[in-house]
Design a protein around this ligand. Structure first.
Ligand code: PXP
Length: 250
């Protein structure tokens, strides 16, 4: 039996900052959480600097750049302000996401088709700076094709609907969403794109997604930080990595 441990786990530490900001305190520190995650087996750290700075703040990004030895995946909206920050820091990876002020979390994928010209120009300087650009998209062929055309190296497939349907016990919708994700993972890979996935993943939902043969990275935040409240971040990360590894072995 071959053990394929080739799927990286990116730990999103945004919600450590959410807790800090709820009280306007100095703790818990998302940079400390990121270093702990690094020491406990995370393959990368993801942080989303939102326009409204509701969780991660500019100084957190400074701290992450200074402290991390593993890759930082800098999640951001495609705005001039964020591009300037990314070009200043030149993180390992930039993940472009749609952003709406009123949403609780990143609700849908980026409409790459609609913003093709803008995104192509936006991505070029990031590619030139050596950042691996990823686009967070729904599992739709036209979006995958557009991502390839605009010069992204990676697509991250939005697993939010699959997870929502799973917990709402809408089995047929969950299955349909899963099949779309599986198909698009293979399709994006066939176009030469690296494929990542994330949003809403938990111990219960991660396995089937982690088993996609072409998948290279999973980005998981809210559930890991929530589970860490009870079990500690190290235990939560190790369990998630074990589940990913088991899914690759099957
Ligand atoms: N990937 C992307 C692009 C995201 O926007 C998010 C949410 O910040 C995640 C992964 C992680 O989602 P969750 O926090 O639900 O695990």
């Amino acid at each position: 039996m071959t053990i394929l441990t080739d799927v990286r786990l990116g730990v999103n530490i945004d919600h450590v900052a959410t807790i800090r900001n709820a009280r306007g305190s100095m703790y818990p520190d998302p940079v400390e959480a990121a270093v702990l995650a690094q020491n406990e087996g995370a393959d990368g750290i993801t942080a989303h600097l939102r326009e409204d700075r509701r969780h991660i703040r500019d100084e957190d990004i400074d701290g992450l750049i200074a402290a991390l030895k593993i890759p930082l995946n800098f999640e951001m909206a495609a705005t001039d302000e964020m591009q300037k920050i990314a070009l200043k820091h030149k993180p390992h990876a930039v993940c472009l996401v749609p952003e709406k002020r009123e949403e609780r979390t990143t609700e849908g994928g980026l409409d790459v088709l609609k913003e093709e010209t803008k995104l192509e120009a936006f991505i070029k300087p990031l590619n030139n700076a050596g950042c691996r650009v990823s686009l967070f998209i729904a599992a739709v062929p036209a979006q995958v094709q557009a991502a390839k055309r605009v010069g992204a190296a990676v697509v991250e497939l939005h697993t939010g609907a699959y997870c929502d349907y799973f917990y709402e016990t809408k089995h047929s919708k969950c299955e349909a969403e899963f099949e779309k994700l599986k198909k698009m993972c293979g399709y994006a890979h066939s176009l030469g794109l690296e494929v990542h996935a994330g949003h809403g993943l938990t111990f219960e939902t991660v396995g089937p997604i982690a088993a996609f043969p072409e998948l290279k990275e999973l980005n998981i935040g809210h559930f890991l930080i929530s589970d860490a409240v009870f079990n500690g971040l190290g235990t939560s990360i190790k369990k998630m990595k074990k589940l990913i590894e088991e899914a690759r072995t099957r």
